[in-house]
Design a binder for this molecule. Structure first.
Ligand code: GDP
Length: 368
């Protein structure tokens, strides 16, 4: 294919990776008029689709934000806060203000208090070294909190451009589509503006006052189970409905299997309860720690499923995370892309999490 740039976003046109910038279906006639599929969708259907990018290119793009006078909107997924947070963001955005948008609030258990979540997110962001002007909770899917987000963006952008950044799957496209519908001028033929001769790999959505919303490609974080797991298993992994916390009363030396996605060993500590916040499609099996290895060897991908045995072959093998849960507070053990386990008592515990190699496992202050 000739090196031709998309006139909508400036990305080099290509037919290899449909999630990467500049994708056009194979066989499309490459002339000056051809836009990438994403720009085509925006201009014809007023609808964006996601584009992804890997670490180095992403950091290069982030650097360009630091050279602008703009407002940065960072989006994270409340079900995978640690996994989706771009904690190095502050190094790249210069003196620009950051609004942290927390999405998928509709998936938290029904009783969750949004003010408490905002407070928790502010504290966590600070601990990760991220300075944010404002935290806004939304559900892009249910259109909750979006008006407040628009007001907040309006308040902080003061006529400047807005850069929207986030990891893949946090719901950036869903939010951008709402912004395109509610914010930009739908009668205008070109929703995507023209960048002659540049390869900025970003989509510009013009606003009425001459400034723009820049939709940056989503970064693929391989430390999220949702990025490592085979596509066919994602339906089970990613909840569609609000989480239903499941409480397990455990004695030391007991094990819980999360299908064959991960394993949790309560190694030592007083009897206590643990609450699981994961998709209900993942079957939980309890066994004694001494029997756990044998059980896994015999039943992985079958009784212990999802993922299925074929899907397991596509995933990295487990590694162990040996964790000491402190006594002084309430903690969650977060397994990026899978969910989290709340330790209900504050008597301390030693646990071991077995998760596919590369998956981020962390201990944090309890969310709920
Ligand atoms: P992107 O990769 O960040 O652009 O994310 P998408 O907008 O493509 O969304 C990723 C997945 O999350 C899709 O399956 C969406 O339907 C889903 N999603 C996005 N926003 C929400 C939300 O507010 N709530 C729920 N439950 N799902 C959402």
């Amino acid at each position: 294919m000739n090196k031709t740039d998309c006139p909508g976003c400036g990305a080099t046109l290509q037919s290899i990776d449909k999630n990467a910038p500049g994708f056009v279906p194979e066989g499309a006639k490459l002339d000056e008029q051809v836009r990438c599929r994403r720009c085509f969708r925006i201009s014809h259907y007023n609808e964006a689709s996601s584009v992804t990018i890997d670490d180095d290119d992403f950091l290069r793009l982030l650097n360009t934000i630091g050279e602008t006078q703009s407002l940065v909107v960072l989006m994270v997924d409340i079900l995978d806060f640690e996994g989706s947070l771009i904690s190095s963001l502050h190094r790249f955005v210069g003196s620009n203000s950051v609004i942290l948008v927390v999405n998928k609030l509709d998936l938290l258990p029904k009783v969750s208090n949004w003010n408490r979540i905002v407070h928790w997110v502010k504290k966590q962001a600070k601990e990760h070294g991220l300075k944010v002007q404002e935290v806004v909770c939304i559900s892009a899917r249910r259109n909750l909190g979006v008006d407040r987000l628009l007001e907040t963006i309006e308040e902080y952008r003061a006529g400047r451009d807005v850069y929207v950044v986030g990891a893949t799957n946090v719901g950036k496209t869903s939010m951008i589509n709402r912004l395109i519908r509610d914010y930009s001028d739908l009668d205008r033929e070109l929703t995507v503006s023209f960048y002659p001769g540049t390869t900025l790999d970003r989509i510009e959505i013009p606003l009425d006052d001459g400034s723009s919303i820049m939709d940056m490609p989503g970064i693929v974080y391989k430390h999220r189970l949702s990025e490592l797991a085979p596509k066919a298993s994602l339906k089970a992994l990613l909840p569609e409905k609000p989480l239903k916390p499941a409480v397990y009363q455990l004695k030391a030396e007991q094990t819980l299997f999360f299908g064959s996605f991960a394993r949790f060993d309560f190694v030592a500590g007083a009897d206590q309860s643990f609450t699981l916040f994961t998709s209900t499609a993942i079957k939980i099996h309890r066994t004694k720690l001494v029997n756990a290895d044998e059980m896994y060897a015999k039943h992985r991908g079958v009784l212990l499923a999802p993922p299925s045995i074929e899907q397991l072959d596509e995933m990295p093998a487990w590694t162990k995370h040996d964790l000491q849960i402190p006594k002084d507070g309430q903690f969650d053990i977060s397994i990026s892309g899978l969910g989290w386990i709340k330790v209900n008592s504050n008597v301390g515990a030693r646990v071991v999490v077995h998760a596919p190699r590369g998956v981020k496992v962390t201990v944090r202050e309890s969310l709920i």
